[in-house]
Design a protein around this ligand. Structure first.
Ligand code: PMP
Length: 366
């Protein structure tokens, strides 16, 4: 047994270089926040190293990690903006009810803001969306209404139709409607885009983001066209969705896809396709495999649409040179998908576990 110094000897009177106690300061200043809404936004931009090396990228690949926001997704920004806009305009008053059609994340974000501010919240969500999202919503005190996946969006059975139907029946209720609300793209124009530009010292060569409502892409793209006009804006759209341009990109033999949060068969009012320079189509298999790789090789605990965005980013970033920079948005957290793409059983059942990048041999990166 080697003659080890006691704990006490190590910690007291030992020169700092030999002490087992860390000398480094915490990265974040540990201030006291008035409530959790102060933890919305200001998300970190994190370099993707191993995946960039695997694909032989010469440029820098950076991930804007929205899962570090208060409720775990990008939608906190727009929920806070839509609610506070309505409060300032005198539309939303104490005791009122918030109703919203959502693929889950906007619902969770609205539920979180509503919990802090004391509003009642009803979220209408298609059946396809994960049970994890439903459980978080319920835990936040939100009432959840599910609608059929196949419902035509113009019909009262769809999540959008049903939300408006409920609003017409419930007194003092409001649908902010993220698909039309100017606060959605504005939250990204005013805050998200500014954060990225500040974090990058104003130099971004390519910006990649998925489109659900299109608020993220539109808001960031409009600000970048003003402040970083050389940056190429890339939209990501799942195969089966029809948001991409040119239309020929949208030809597909099937319309259903498992990916949550991105893609539609209509163009939301808040999506301004004129400011998107290029669209990339992705499929479920490559996207879920990439999301698993982001977790496994980069330690980024992101959701499935982050995998889609990084698949697209890698494709575009291959064309970039050393010294250039590609920023990709990772919208949410794996917490939403524990029983879905994180589960080998689910991946196997859906036929996704055959993806090349689930095999260690594919990887070859130390
Ligand atoms: N990914 C996920 C998981 C989402 O929930 C959303 C929002 N629907 C998006 C991406 C796309 O964001 P946006 O609505 O701003 O286009």
């Amino acid at each position: 047994m080697p003659d080890l110094p006691s704990r006490c000897t190590w910690s007291l009177g030992t020169p700092p270089s030999k002490s087992p106690h860390g000398q480094d300061k915490l990265k974040d200043s540990p201030e006291i926040l008035p409530n959790v809404l102060y933890k919305i936004g200001n998300t970190p931009l994190i370099r993707i190293n191993n995946i960039a090396r695997k694909y032989g990228l010469k440029c820098e690949l950076l991930a804007k990690c929205e899962f570090f926001s208060a409720s775990g997704s990008i939608k906190d920004r727009i929920a806070l903006r839509m609610i506070e806009d309505a409060e300032k305009q005198g539309i939303l008053k104490p005791g009122d009810v918030i109703i919203e059609p959502s693929s889950g994340n906007t619902g969770i974000s609205l539920g979180l803001v509503a919990a802090v501010k004391g509003y009642h919240c009803i979220i209408v969500m298609p059946e396809k969306m994960s049970l994890e999202k439903v459980d978080v919503l319920k835990a936040l005190g939100v009432e959840v209404v599910r609608t059929p996946n196949a419902a035509n969006l113009n019909s009262p059975d769809s999540h959008i139709g049903m939300a408006w139907e409920l609003q017409s029946k419930i007194p003092n209720s409001h649908v902010f409607d993220q698909y039309q609300n100017a606060g959605n793209p504005l939250a990204h124009y005013d805050i998200m885009a500014e954060e990225i530009l500040e974090q990058c010292g104003g130099q971004v060569d390519v910006l990649v983001a998925g489109a659900g409502t299109g608020g993220t892409l539109t808001g960031i793209a409009r600000k970048f066209k003003e402040k970083c006009p050389g940056c190429q804006i890339v939209g990501v759209d799942p195969k089966g969705s029809t948001m991409a341009e040119p239309e020929g990109l949208n030809l597909a033999d099937k319309t259903f896809y498992e990916m949550e949060g991105i893609g539609h068969t209509f163009i939301p009012t808040v999506l301004d396709r004129k400011v998107i320079d290029k669209w990339v189509k992705t499929n479920d298999e490559e996207s879920f495999a990439m999301a698993r790789m982001l977790i496994k090789k980069e330690g980024l605990l992101c959701g499935g649409s982050s995998g889609s965005a990084v698949c697209a980013a890698v494709r575009v970033a291959k064309e970039l040179k050393e010294g250039q920079r590609c920023v990709v948005i990772l919208p949410d957290s794996v917490r939403n998908y524990m029983s879905k793409f994180l589960s080998d059983h689910w991946m196997e059942e859906k036929g996704f576990l055959t993806a090349e990048c689930n095999q260690e041999s594919w990887w070859g990166v130390p």
